[in-house]
Ligand binder design. Structure first.
Ligand SMILES: Cc1ncc(COP(=O)(O)O)c(C=O)c1O
Length: 394
């Protein structure tokens, strides 16, 4: 077994390469431990594992060495004591919410959320007697004002938020005392933002996105203080939304190149955002690196790099949006983000289809809103593709 050195003094790029190798033996690439169970030599040994926290060589639902490598790497990149991987981003998010909150608790969250997370708060939590207040996450002081002292047990934010890149002020959330503070940092990845540095307790990711980064792994992760992760572990073993070793292997492989991928995606996104801003058929563009982003100053303070996600609205409503997403030829109409291929998504009919017209409005999602996950193609080819697709709008 290769001994891991303390990497806390290293830059994220170097940490992403060095991390998660403890169970590699002499192999350079992660070993795929595709086993559901492990042999325990004695009853005492088996009992120790069955009652311990997160053994990686007992039974796959409790832990797995390949998955543990991915978890260690994420913990290192987020500056966390520990991380726990799940079968998807929603597996991680539902474990955090339902594992830490109980009947009678109160959660404060925002209007601008990934659609399934919104449905968890709106439709699932009330069934378990958990009250949820939704605020405008972009409004200064809104989260703090909605906290009910003695009752609010969790603050849950998503920044940059899906799909319109709305931002939540992490320092402001981090300063709120009492409730456990959770941030979905999927759009940022640990290379653009590290919420724990702002006083946030737990950071969650759909690692399916930029972290794994190749559209070939469905996996989620939560990182934070050991106390929280150990508590969640007890719930996770029962919940059973366990990360598969194959997906963890792919996610760890993706993590190695995340820094360079994000740089290229962010550069491409900036060029596309500026092209769109200058196009007369485009009503508005959202990218945190644009000075026209309503929270540009916050983006400068909080994000190390604006990233490859952007959103825009076309003049001409639903018809214009439909024409555009069906006309692109290099970009593709598909629901996910953070991979090498540029993808366009129509949130109102896919990721946020479960929201009512009022909720869509509160989240700022219009019938013509298009989310773009900018990939690794050449920016000139993407701009030419977007130009021909916009030209087809009547
Ligand atoms: C911000 C955000 N959080 C969570 C999720 C859910 O992730 P998964 O699809 O891995 O469950 C998504 C999916 O698109 C997302 O965009």
């Amino acid at each position: 077994m290769t001994e891991e050195r303390d990497t806390s003094n290293l830059h994220p790029e170097t940490r992403a390469i060095r991390a998660g190798r403890a169970d590699n033996d002499t192999a350079l690439a992660p070993i795929l431990w595709a086993t559901t169970t492990f042999v325990t030599p004695t009853v005492d040994e088996a009992r120790k594992m069955a009652t311990g926290v997160g053994p990686s060589r007992f039974y796959a639902r409790y832990g797995n060495p390949t998955v543990a490598g991915f978890e260690d790497a994420i913990a290192q990149l987020e500056g966390a004591e520990k991380a726990r991987a799940f079968a998807s981003g929603m597996g991680a998010i539902s474990a955090v919410v339902l594992g830490l909150c109980s009947k009678g608790d109160h959660i404060v969250t925002q209007n601008q959320l990934y659609g399934a997370t919104q449905l968890l708060f709106q439709a699932v939590c009330p069934r378990f007697g958990i009250d949820v207040t939704f605020v405008d996450g972009t409004e200064p002081g809104a989260f703090a004002a909605a906290v009910i002292p003695g009752r609010t047990t969790m603050i849950y934010a998503e920044t940059p938020a899906n799909p319109r890149l709305d931002l939540v002020d992490l320092a402001e959330i981090g300063a709120i005392m009492g409730p456990v503070k959770v941030v979905d940092s999927t759009f940022a990845t640990p290379f653009a933002q590290r919420p724990l540095e702002f006083g946030i307790d737990l950071v969650v990711h759909s690692a399916t996105k930029g972290i794994a980064g190749h559209n070939d792994a469905t996996i989620g992760v939560v990182a934070g203080a050991a106390d929280y992760i150990d508590w969640l572990y007890s719930f996770a073993v029962i919940q059973g939304a366990v990360a598969s070793p194959f997906d963890a292997m792919n996610a760890l492989r993706g993590l190695r190149t995340l820094g360079v991928r994000l740089e290229r995606q962010s550069k491409n996104a900036g060029e596309i955002a500026r092209f769109l801003e200058a196009n007369p058929k485009v009503a508005s563009v959202r990218w945190p690196g644009l000075e026209s982003h309503p929270q540009y100053e916050l983006a400068q303070r909080q994000l190390d790099i604006p990233g490859g996600q952007l959103a825009f609205e076309l003049l001409g409503g639903l018809d214009a949006g439909r024409t555009f997403v069906e006309a692109v030829q290099i970009a593709q109409l598909a629901t996910s983000l953070g991979g090498p291929e540029t993808l366009v998504t129509h949130p109102a009919s896919t990721t946020h289809v479960g929201l009512s017209p009022e909720e869509l409005e509160a989240a700022g999602i219009q019938p013509s809103t298009i989310r773009v996950s900018v990939g690794l193609e050449h920016a000139d080819d993407l701009i030419a593709d977007f130009a021909q697709a916009i030209d087809q709008i009547k």
